[in-house]
Design a binder for this molecule. Sequence first.
Ligand code: AMP
Length: 144
Amino acid sequence: MMYKRIVLAVDLTDESILVANKALSLCQSTGADLTIIHVIESLNYAYGGDVPIDVTDIQQQLKETASERMAILAAQLDLPNQDTCITQGGIESEIHRIAKDKQADLIVVGSHCKHGLALLLGSTASGVLHDAPCDVLAVRVKKD
Ligand code: AMP
C-alpha cells in the first residue's frame, strides 16, 4: 500500500533535517504529498494557565522564529507537493488534529533513545503513537 499524505512533525532544532530526510525519501518513493507541521506550545497551556504576565509578545516572537526556521527547512527539502503548518496548542493533540484534517496515512516523528527520568516522563514520539489516527514512523535520532 502506498502512502498518499505524510505529516512530518518537526521541533525545528538542527535534528529536524535528519527526520525530514526520511520523510522526503518516503515521499519520493511513494509519491506521497508532505505536510510539515510545527506546534508552538501555548505558554498558558504549558504553565497550566497560571502565567501572571502578558505573554502575547513572546508568543508572537516564537511564531516569527518558527516561521523563519520552517521556511529554511522547507527550502532544503524542496519537494513539489509540500505544505507547511505552524499551529499552537498541545504537541501531540495538534499533530493528531492536523493528520486527521489532512487525511494523512502516515505521521513521521523523531525519537531519542531515552533513559532514566526522561524515560519515565515519556517522549513526544510515544505520545503521538498513542491514539494516532494513522501509521506512525519514529525516526531514531542519535544524540551525537
Ligand atoms: P522529543 O520527544 O521532544 O525529543 O521530540 C521528538 C520528536 O517529536 C521531534 O523530532 C519531532 O518529530 C516531534 N516534536 C517535538 N516537539 C515538537 C513540536 N513542537 N512540534 C512538532 N513536532 C514536535
